[in-house]
Design a protein around this ligand. Sequence first.
Ligand SMILES: *Cc1c(COP(=O)(O)O)cnc(C)c1O
Length: 244
Amino acid sequence: MTTDSIEATERLNAVRETMGRAARLTGRTAADITLIAVSKTQEAAAIRPLIAAGQRSFGENRVQEAQGKWPELRAETPDIALHLVGQLQSNKAADAVALFDVIHSLDRPSLLTALAKAMDAAGKRIPCFIQVNIGAEEQKGGCAIADTPALLRAARDADLPVAGLMCVPPADVEPAPYFALLAKMAREEGVDRLSMGMSGDFETAIMLGATDIRVGTALFGERPAPARSLPGSGRGMIRNSRAT
Ligand SMILES: *Cc1c(COP(=O)(O)O)cnc(C)c1O
């Protein structure tokens, strides 16, 4: 095995171990929880070792970026499930429906209309999570808490399969109360799945009922610096040359 694949296997095992510990506290096992490896900004060469280690569910936050790398990776490994975890513009709904198996970011009626139309045209239905703006943050995507029951009803009326609820709690504060609130909303609305928990808080999320966790950094190491950073600034390269 190459260094890359040993490292990918170790990271995956470490995440699975933590998942198992948290899951057992809720009467479940790691196998009951879907681990989505968020591969945004990672190149195919960084993703392949994780696929080789057995990981099959991956998440991306931009349609265009995903279109660039996943057709080839999927041709190599057909049983990949691809999750869209980032905000979706209505004019990209058809592209998203063509490429992704699950959408985690349905958050408004106009997008619901666009997705229903795209699914009709494609002749398939793909499960969607309703993203809730659980911290009522101005700048963040997600449906307002008060508007969520109506969006859920509209999705059901449009025959759009609702998988569950998804959230990204506010940064830098204790996430548990937000996870608990999302879980309560899901119970009240009668939806089963909860997409919540990232590298820093997936253990807490699982203890509070997460069924789908979205983990990037803990599986891939720190993300490459965004493309817009100045060449020669060097910080991203230095960070990324290290193992963790
Ligand atoms: C990037 C991202 C993640 C993964 O974040 P990490 O902290 O790297 O695990 C999860 N969910 C969404 C919506 C993201 O954009």
